[in-house]
Design a protein. Structure first.
Length: 186
């Protein structure tokens, strides 16, 4: 009899705990999702100035749109292999296939490169080199490109740069097609 009371008590306590957890989840989950979306928009805005963004490939590619819904460019994720693991970045590409901005993840956002060396890929001095560049420029100088690698962090520099190169090559096809005008023959 005593064991039945104990089992019944534990069942009631577990059921109540389940109800409380479910209620807490239903109240907090929308706020958590809204915060995640706001953080994504904040990060997208760091690489391209737009009125709003429209997702094309979930969590990977967004169109940057102006006030009149005109496409200003695209923003996409890239990932390269660094010394400590993957180096993820957001890349803003204008309609002319020129990079507008790059934001490489920081250690707080998952970057696992060597402190004091490889993490420098997430600093403006390195990231700002990508602005105004086209696909052909996106290699470190040692590999024939125009991106200066970080001293003593060549693997991290190359990993970030190669990841951005690969992503530009992959996603630039999503840019709006340029209109080709017929030139009248004289």
């Amino acid at each position: 009899m005593k064991s039945i009371k104990m089992i019944l008590s534990l069942t009631i306590i577990c059921a109540l705990a389940g109800v409380v957890l479910a209620k807490t989840y239903s109240v907090t989950n929308p706020k958590i999702e809204d915060d995640k979306k706001a953080k994504v928009i904040e990060n997208l805005s760091k690489v391209i100035d737009a009125d709003h963004f429209e997702s094309s490939i979930p969590d990977t590619l967004w169109y940057a749109l102006g006030k009149d819904n005109d496409t200003l460019g695209i923003v996409f994720k890239s990932s390269g292999s660094g010394f400590g693991g993957p180096i993820e970045a957001l890349v803003g590409l204008g309609n002319d296939s020129i990079i507008i901005g790059v934001k490489i993840a920081t250690p707080g956002e998952g970057l696992q490169e060597t402190p004091g060396l490889g993490v420098k890929v997430s600093e403006p001095k390195f990231m700002d080199q990508f602005k105004g560049r086209v696909l052909e420029d996106l290699k470190i100088i040692r590999d024939g490109g125009k991106i200066e690698s970080i001293t003593a962090a060549t693997i991290s520099s190359r990993g970030a740069t190669d990841g951005i190169y690969d992503a530009v090559k992959k996603y630039e096809k999503y840019l709006p097609k340029k209109e080709v005008r017929d030139v009248p023959e004289e």
